[in-house]
Ligand binder design. Sequence first.
Ligand code: NAD
Ligand code: UDP
Ligand code: UDP
Length: 343
Amino acid sequence: MIYQNRAGFGSSFNSGGKIPLGLQRKGLRIVVTGGAGFVGSHLVDRLIARGDSVIVVDNFFTGRKENVMHHFGNPRFELIRHDVVEPILLEVDQIYHLACPASPVHYKHNPVKTIKTNVVGTLNMLGLAKRVGARFLLTSTSEVYGDPLEHPQKETYWGNVNPIGVRSCYDEGKRTAETLTMDYHRGAGVEVRIARIFNTYGPRMCIDDGRVVSNFVAQALRKEPLTVYGDGKQTRSFQFVSDLVEGLIRLMEGEHVGPFNLGNPGEFTMLELAKVVQETIDPNAQIEHRPNTEDDPHKRKPDISRAKKLLGWEPKVALRKGLPMMVQDFRQRIFGDHKEDSS
Ligand code: NAD
Ligand code: UDP
Ligand code: UDP
């Protein structure tokens, strides 16, 4: 599908003329691929609030119109149903490239499609960035470090990734996406930014997406046992979504290519996470052990010194502060009349 945006090429000025005067200098035209998803929709909220014009490009594989429908009717917002594996013509100043399922359950569902999204999808968005001279930001992942032999992980670590495993479509897909990004930067002079995002949680996560925080929260609310995979001693570091969005915007606006780790260094075993969920929702919630999935990384914790130093960024929301905000959203979506929709 080819879509031509109405805004003219080359200018970084807003076209609607309805933006308050003080915000006009920030009136960029920005594409957010995957903008109807969990992280993307929070990013869109911030960009719209500061006066930018935002085009969301999303195929609704894991995204939902509900996540962005509060912007419908705003002349600075457009939603395009489009698969980034197909080329697209748009005229924009910045591209936040998030399109890709993030939950292991989703990305393993159709692994070849996940690779295409990461490789062909990223290639198309880089081609677009090259054609219009837009700045391009890739949302890569801590999974590029695989099952890390270095702890915590610094950006200089090259990782320990299984190239033929069930997670490879995502890990290796993102590694190739990083390679493409750097090759367009070096070869075609595209201005690029790379974020390596660590586990992020918050309102609007898909309720049944299989990720650990969404699983535990939904299970505790439904009075089901919390499913701990394996012995529960594996670790992750959980970042609240508003911290991530702040980091992504700082990275895009800053002068440094990266890659930058964006994550909260607070490290928890899955059993510790279960305990926090019990304290937050239901002290009587039971724990049930299940066999772990293949190639599950044993530990993960970001070293964020680079982002602190060069972006002036660090996370502000601790797990015990962020979790209640997510619980409120999940409670409303599970029990309230605001229904889940599959689009
Ligand atoms: P999400 O699944 O909620 O959002 C992904 C969005 O991309 C969805 O709206 C989906 O419909 C869309 N999408 C998927 N394939 C597409 C395609 N081929 N064409 C167009 N749209 C497509 O996931 P999220 O948690 O919001 O993650 C956003 C990005 O951040 C992803 O690139 C993910 O790899 C990265 N990331 C997220 C985390 C995390 O913990 N949330 C961690 C590391 C990296
Ligand atoms: N592309 C796109 N939109 C654009 C420009 C390019 O989707 O505005 C796609 C294009 O179809 C190609 C990819 O991006 O598949 C890479 O483009 P590039 O110009 O770098 O390479 P080429 O087309 O020469 O192979
Ligand atoms: N996990 C768990 N119970 C669940 C879902 C996941 O114990 O219901 C574990 C999983 O085995 C992994 C960790 O939680 O060790 C994080 O999994 P998730 O899918 O959230 O993200 P990942 O970091 O693996 O991409």
